[in-house]
Design a protein around this ligand. Structure first.
Ligand code: GDP
Ligand code: IMO
Ligand code: MG
Length: 422
């Protein structure tokens, strides 16, 4: 398999975990390059369900090497919990997991700041996962972050942490937060450090060597294009580069080593958290929630649901350079008589086919829909393209065309077998 970046083409939760798990079969290494444990990637293997937050979904395939790259922000206590949780489910990560020395660390004060900032925004809140992601990336940019390499050296770590706890207590105490105890955080983080030491390494050189030896690298994006700090619906975004460009800076693999970009999108749209979503539709939300689906894998929040927005997916193709599309959750539309797709927006008395950058304008955009006849047949048991009902095939081809790229994979259920490759 050529070196491939896989990213979400919408607002996250597109089914990246499932598609990564399928594609890992052909890869040697899987790399996470951004985000933190705000991500929740679900993989179904047989009857077992795994939800991965920091560890690449590729870990579920035997002998595949998985890397948490420098662009990720790591909560070490959470990471230890995730490793132990996997062990309980029968997955031993030893020898297969590598964690970047230069990845930044998430601390309890980041989570507190995340909460306080959200509360202070009132109705303008972002609806974050409260995992401290924004404040951790904020410290990285402000050059006040602490990295995994620092955590591996107790003396260095202790000195840095002392200073950071004091500075953050000075900010948080006037807001009414209980003072964080330096000693308690130090103990907790050094205990995690001890458990993580065997995994922490220079992943940039490791990936470079692997690449020289023609290893196939699969990059696992977290979140989605419209949560990107630059290209997303700012400020209703996460704090990292979720688009394909982030794969290089977040891993240290150079752009000329990348062969392909795969975009994953749902056959409709979902979003968790606040911010504009032009095609949001209560009927569709009820439809999915009544089926027991579209609840967040990290926070359990009900996802907002809407029709496919081709203005968005076309933009995603442009900024990511998507060569191939994986369209998931087609089966969610199986029972509907009519399926709508947004092909443009009406803004005041103007028709537009681009995403406006001002959030006030995006909020006012009314979708212009094209309607497609449904197939009203279950697709769950389809195993090849010709098994799919004709209207389902037409719908898939049409939304790939509207998204300006090529359909490669259709997914009709969470299981590995429920995947059709063209
Ligand atoms: P990710 O964050 O992009 O990895 O996606 P999540 O795991 O948060 O959410 C996607 C959900 O859809 C998970 O529950 C997956 O098991 C599920 N899923 C993925 N593809 C399909 C599909 O084609 N059909 C159905 N029914 N579920 C799917
Ligand atoms: P995966 O990888 C969906 C959303 C939050 C919020 C915004 C900012 O599973 O697709 P943050 O905690 O990152 O500061 O929250 O981003 N968000 C996600 N939405 N899937 C995710 O990850 C998300 N990670 C963050 O809901 O709107
Ligand atoms: Mg998710």
């Amino acid at each position: 398999m050529p070196n491939t970046i896989l990213i979400g083409a919408q607002w996250g939760d597109e089914g990246k975990g499932k598609i990564i798990d399928v594609l890992t079969d052909r890869a040697d290494l899987v790399v996470r390059m951004q985000g933190g444990n705000n991500a929740g990637h679900t993989v179904l293997v047989g009857k077992k369900k795994y939800v991965l937050h920091l560890i690449p979904s590729g870990i579920l395939r035997a002998r595949k090497k998985c890397v948490i790259g420098n662009g990720v922000v790591i909560d070490p206590v959470h990471l230890v919990g995730e490793i132990e949780g996997l062990k309980k489910l029968g997955v031993d990560v030893k020898g297969n997991l590598f964690v970047s020395e230069t990845a930044h660390i998430v601390f309890p004060y980041h989570r507190l700041l995340d909460e306080y900032r959200e509360a202070s925004k009132g109705k303008n809140k972002i609806g974050t996962t409260k995992r401290g992601i924004g404040p951790a990336y904020g410290d990285k940019a402000a050059r006040t972050g602490i990295r995994m390499v620092d955590l591996m050296d107790p003396e260095t770590f202790s000195a840095l942490l002392k200073q950071r706890i004091k500075a953050n207590n000075d900010i948080l105490s006037p807001l009414g937060a209980k003072k964080l105890s330096f000693k308690k955080v130090l103990e907790e983080y050094l205990a995690a450090a001890k458990k993580l030491k065997p995994f922490v390494t220079d992943t940039v050189h490791m990936l470079h060597e692997a690449s020289k030896n023609n290893a196939n690298i699969l990059f696992e994006g977290a979140q989605g294009t419209f949560l990107d700090i630059d290209h997303g619906t700012y400020p209703y975004v996460t704090s990292s580069a979720t688009t394909s460009g982030g794969a290089c800076t977040g891993s240290g693999v150079a752009p000329n080593k990348i062969d392909k970009v795969v975009g994953v999108m749902k056959a409709y749209t979902t979003r968790v958290g606040e911010g504009p979503m032009p095609t949001e539709d209560d009927f569709l939300g009820d439809h999915f929630h009544n089926m027991g689906r579209e609840y967040g894998a990290t926070t359990g929040r009900a996802r907002r649901c809407g029709w496919l927005d081709a203005v968005l997916t076309r933009h995603a193709t442009m900024v990511n350079g998507i060569n191939e599309l994986a369209i998931t959750n087609l089966d969610g539309l199986d029972t509907l008589p009519v399926i709508k797709v947004c092909v443009g927006y009406r803004l005041g008395n103007k028709k537009i086919d681009r995403l406006p950058n001002a959030m006030g304008a995006l909020e006012k955009c009314k979708p212009i829909y094209t309607e497609y006849p449904g197939w009203q047949t279950s697709t769950e048991k389809c195993r090849k393209w010709s098994d799919l009902p004709l209207n389902a095939r037409r719908y898939l081809k049409e939304i790939a065309k509207l998204s300006g790229t090529r359909l490669k994979i259709a997914s009709i259920g969470p299981a590995r077998s429920q995947t059709i490759e063209l």
